[in-house]
Design a protein around this ligand. Structure first.
Ligand code: MN
Length: 327
């Protein structure tokens, strides 16, 4: 029996999203004709923050009557050098896990990394079988079309390690200032090239400022993995982001369902559905300082409008809120 190997990397705050993503992964694996006769092995790495009860909960999410599925929840047993990362929220081992996993799991020839803030909405067996053409990994390009978005990565583990990329990327992020510490090495380190994947495998930027850069949205039927990067996150009650209700439908299948989800705050709408004018003003501030004030006024007006609409929808019922979407 051959094995599909998937890894997550989480902190305590991402345990709930991970439970939902993992549940969606297992359900789609069960439904995939191409997965017949294959086993699914899931690793969940953490920085010694998850308990035995958390691990038992994740194992419950992965329970399957039709496929062989296992969940291995384990703390990192790995020393990394101090990182020169300017983003405090990403200056940690669970973020640079994307650079370490092919070294930690070198017994597997191939590995699929999935971010916890995702939802698997289609068959991923085609992604698993992607021909990397001799490259060490494959990712969907980010909005700049150059760097990878590391929400979904397929690794050729042998090729990655043959090029000694874990050591070379770690050297880079400990000697160069970075912001996206898990992404920047892929464009800076020699040999850390990636095969660009179709957006459907990591559909990110939806409903945030980024989606403007991508041009058109994907037809909903094409999407295989949704990536809810940035706020407003779907693990908030009544989240108006596209596909949030789909996420919450899977959430209700997990052992965590029943606990009330927290409400969004005004801050969560900072980059939600920006108008083209606002995007233009924001990008032009560096050249035209006068644009700062109209930009800030527009941003505050948009955030307030979204927040008031949200506040009404969660308190007065869904008839005032946005309509649910289908996928
Ligand atoms: Mn993410």
């Amino acid at each position: 029996m051959s094995e599909v190997v998937v890894a997550y990397s989480v902190n305590q705050a991402f345990l709930l999203p991970c439970a939902v993503s993992l549940t969606s992964l297992v359900r789609r694996f069960e439904a995939s004709p191409a997965a017949a006769g294959q086993a699914l092995r899931i690793y969940v790495f953490h920085d010694a923050v998850l308990s035995d009860a958390d691990a038992a909960m994740l194992a419950l999410c992965a329970r399957s009557a039709v496929r062989q599925v296992s969940v291995d929840v384990r703390p990192f047993d790995y020393r990394i050098p101090p990182l020169l990362c300017d983003a405090p929220q990403w200056n940690n081992i669970e973020t640079v896990a994307t650079l370490l996993l092919p070294d930690i799991l070198r017994q597997h020839p191939r590995l699929l990394f999935i971010d916890a803030d995702t939802l698997v909405v289609g068959d991923v067996m085609e992604l698993w079988a992607t021909d990397l053409g001799g490259r060490p990994c494959a990712c969907v390009p980010d909005y700049d079309a150059t760097s990878p978005n590391t929400g979904v990565i397929v690794y050729d583990v042998h090729e990655w390690n043959r090029r000694d990329l874990t050591n070379r990327c770690l050297t880079y992020v400990s000697t160069h200032r970075t912001f996206h510490v898990d992404q920047e090495p892929f464009t800076a380190v020699d040999g850390a090239e990636f095969l660009p994947l179709d957006r459907k495998w990591n559909y990110h930027g939806v409903d945030t400022w980024m989606y403007k850069r991508f041009g058109a949205n994907l037809p909903a039927d094409d999407v295989r993995i949704l990536h809810f990067n940035g706020p407003p996150r779907p693990w908030h009650a009544g989240c108006p982001r596209r596909y949030a209700r789909l996420w919450q439908a899977v959430y209700r299948q997990t052992p965590l369902a029943g606990a009330a989800l927290p409400h969004l705050t005004m801050r969560d709408f900072l980059s939600f559905r920006m108008s083209p004018l606002e995007v233009y003003l924001g990008e032009s501030i560096a050249r035209h300082k006068l644009y700062l004030l109209p930009y800030l006024v527009l941003r505050r007006l948009r955030m307030t409008a979204h927040y008031v609409r949200y506040w009404l929808s969660v308190r007065a019922g869904p008839w005032l809120g946005s309509q649910p979407e289908q996928l």
